[in-house]
Design a protein around this ligand. Sequence first.
Ligand code: PEP
Length: 256
Amino acid sequence: TNGRVPLIAGNWKLNLDHLQSIAFVQKLAWSLKDARLDFNDVEVAVFPPYTDLRSVQTLISADKLSLKFGAQDLSEHDSGAYTGEISGQFLRALDCSYVIIGHSERRTLHNETDAVVAAKTAAALRHGLVPVICVGETAEDLETHGPSAVPVSQLKVALATVPQGADIVVAYEPVWAIGSGQAATPEQAEQVCAALRAVVAEKIGQDAADKTRVLYGGSVKSGNIAGFMRQPNVDGALVGGASLDITEFSNIARFQ
Ligand code: PEP
């Protein structure tokens, strides 16, 4: 990981209400403490539903926990007549560090295009949030275009108007690996993550590429995390299902 602090990110999706989120984060913090996790060596972040964010913020701040948190999406707009939307300034006001953008479920179920992903990335950066930009190919894309073509083209659009040196995270999440139990191999992940880092260099500069965490996501478990973490261009994981199991997620954060 070349000096980059790995990031283990837990995407809760539509799970855990605000009361459950408090109990969960408390137990997770205990589990990481028991494991003597050193937060200088790894960053751990949770991504709860919007309605949990205030509770999670309050708990983390009251207990001085080293956990980071963020939202699963944001609006490309800052305010106005956009019923149901949540803006970057609201998320920043709740101390969110990160926001996931362009998750494959948003792209598929909510028709988010690369242009929308680019607009949301700009909105996140405008409000001091670090965007976790998700890209990844379907099984069909993989067969037709090979391993890197689709994620590379998605990231090029997302970064088209991003300023040089911006603080971003990229997550390579092959759609065929998400929630399928069929993770990519560490070698497959490395190949695409290296190609994505090259896109970051081309679009926002070599310094940014050197410091950007590129994550792998898709059926990451405690049993397969170590292989991914050994790859030079994989700087952590975006974890879905296994992030809802405290022991599993805590073991993933220890890379075991
Ligand atoms: C995800 O949805 O971001 C994800 C990686 O899910 P899972 O870990 O369950 O495959």
